[in-house]
Write a protein that binds this ligand. Structure first.
Ligand code: NAD
Ligand code: USQ
Length: 398
């Protein structure tokens, strides 16, 4: 299969590109390297020493003989080049990771809010228009988020995979309708993903595009069987207050003896998935696309759920590091329940990596190994949802 991986230099996109190439697919990465530029803007680097994209691809070819093409292109700004690329490559499928993905960064200031909306919504819309205009039968797999549902909207009722059946009262009695699950975004970033959903519904109905939207939980872990082959293929590991996601942050904090930064009471329950399962889920989604004329296919890409303070307690117990309960810089409920339906991927053969199994390996091979690269001034989350919600000063020990 010919596959374009949009955002293929990023945390999820890079290991996915290698996984698909390893399976024998003909992969082209499209990326504008904006994530690397944001590292420069934030004056922070991946904990792991990621190599330039050209070197990554040369090493992959030396090791495996497999070629991945790279196209430097801005999906939001360079529509004509994108349309021409589709006609030139004629891909069977596109995997779309190419968006600004950090909730805290999207709330940082007015520039970041506007950039996130402009970048994400335009990128997704351009991809849809280019597919429709090309006249090619290209299946699209998009990386969405569990955050489109919100946290705690439906109490303990299971969150369905995308659609909700509702009863609509009419003078002749109730009628049943299936609707997209109501959107309840908790950040500007999450809001862009809810807008993406409407774009997909429209282009699916109007142009019969074949679209799969993966509502993914928080990805943890770093390496996959391909990225581990050579240190120059290593995946990125974000630990800073804007881009670092919670579990990887806790592991890195434990490695350097920094108190675990739990926001508020740690009562938020979130959904998680290991990066190894992310790449398998993308493969499964590519192998099971919707038919033409079928509605957007939605999968909840989640393997387990955990309450944050329980995660912190588990890591504290096994490393001896303290827990710091900080004022929450975000606007989110103190506690929430999260019960997620996730039958589809399991039915299609996903065999998940459990947190209890992967944690030790991640702590030893990544957090401990690269801890000397950490800049401790970048740990505390400083982007706040509203003015006046600032968190505490740095908590670095020693
Ligand atoms: P990332 O920031 O590491 O990767 C995104 C990549 O897209 C980067 O390489 C960036 O340079 C590129 N990009 C951004 N805007 C672009 C544009 N206009 N044109 C071309 N390239 C562009 O993010 P990630 O963690 O790999 O996430 C990938 C996708 O998965 C995102 O859409 C994110 O919303 C979703 N997701 C991520 C997680 C997670 O925990 N990391 C969880 C759920 C969903
Ligand atoms: N949190 C802490 N301490 C920290 C960092 C975070 O307690 O040091 C808390 C946050 O307040 C929040 C939760 O942990 O309640 C999750 O935060 P996160 O930064 O790990 O994840 P989030 O902002 O939700 O975003 C990440 C990805 C995003 C993806 C999303 C999936 O960056 O791209 O869409 O996970 S989901 O959470 O399911 O919406």
């Amino acid at each position: 299969m010919k596959v374009l991986v949009l955002g293929g230099d990023g945390f999820c996109g890079w290991p996915t590109s290698l996984h698909l190439s390893d399976l024998g697919h003909d992969v082209t990465i499209v990326d504008n390297l904006s994530r690397r530029e944001i590292d420069l803007e934030l004056e922070v680097e991946s904990l792991t020493p990621i190599r330039p994209i050209g070197e990554r691809l040369r090493v992959w070819k030396q090791l495996t003989g497999k070629e991945i093409t790279f196209v430097h292109l801005d999906l939001a700004e360079e529509y004509d080049r994108l349309e021409a690329l589709l006609l030139e490559v004629r891909p069977d499928a596109i995997v779309h990771f190419g968006e600004q993905r950090a909730a805290p960064y999207s709330m940082r200031n007015s520039v970041a809010k506007r950039y996130t909306v402009d970048n994400n919504v335009r990128a997704t819309h351009n991809v849809l228009v280019a597919i429709a205009t090309s006249g090619l039968d290209i299946a699209l797999v998009h990386l969405g988020t569990m955050g489109v549902y919100g946290y705690g909207w439906s109490g303990s009722a299971p969150i369905p995979e995308g659609y909700l059946t509702v009863k609509v009262p009419t003078p002749d009695g109730d009628i049943e309708r299936e609707i997209l699950h109501p959107a309840n975004p908790g950040s500007v970033y999450h809001m862009t993903k809810t807008l993406d959903q409407l774009l997909f519904a429209f282009y699916c109905a109007n142009d019969q595009l074949r679209i799969t939207d993966l509502h993914q939980g928080i990805v943890w872990g770093t390496q996959t069987p391909q990225t581990v082959l050579d240190e120059r293929l290593i995946n990125r590991f974000d630990y800073d207050g804007d881009y670092g996601t919670v579990l990887n942050r806790f592991l890195m904090q434990a490695a350097i003896g920094h108190p675990l930064t739990v926001h508020g009471t740690g009562g938020q329950t979130r959904a998680f998935i290991h990066i190894r399962d992310t790449v398998r889920c993308i493969q499964i989604a590519l192998e099971n696309p919707p038919e033409r004329g079928e509605k957007v296919k939605v999968f909840n890409q989640v393997t387990e759920t955990h309450r944050l303070r329980e995660l912190a307690e588990m890591i504290s117990k096994f490393t001896g590091v303290d827990i710091a309960y900080l004022p929450n810089p975000r606007r989110e409920a103190a506690e929430n329940e999260l019960n997620v339906s996730r039958e589809q991927f399991l039915a299609l053969g996903l065999n998940p990596t459990k947190l209890s199994e992967g944690l030790l390996e991640e702590a030893r091979d990544i957090a401990m190994r690269y801890k000397d690269r950490a800049d401790t001034t970048k740990i505390i989350a400083r982007s706040t949802w509203r003015a006046g919600m600032e968190t505490s000063p740095d908590l670095v020990k020693g």
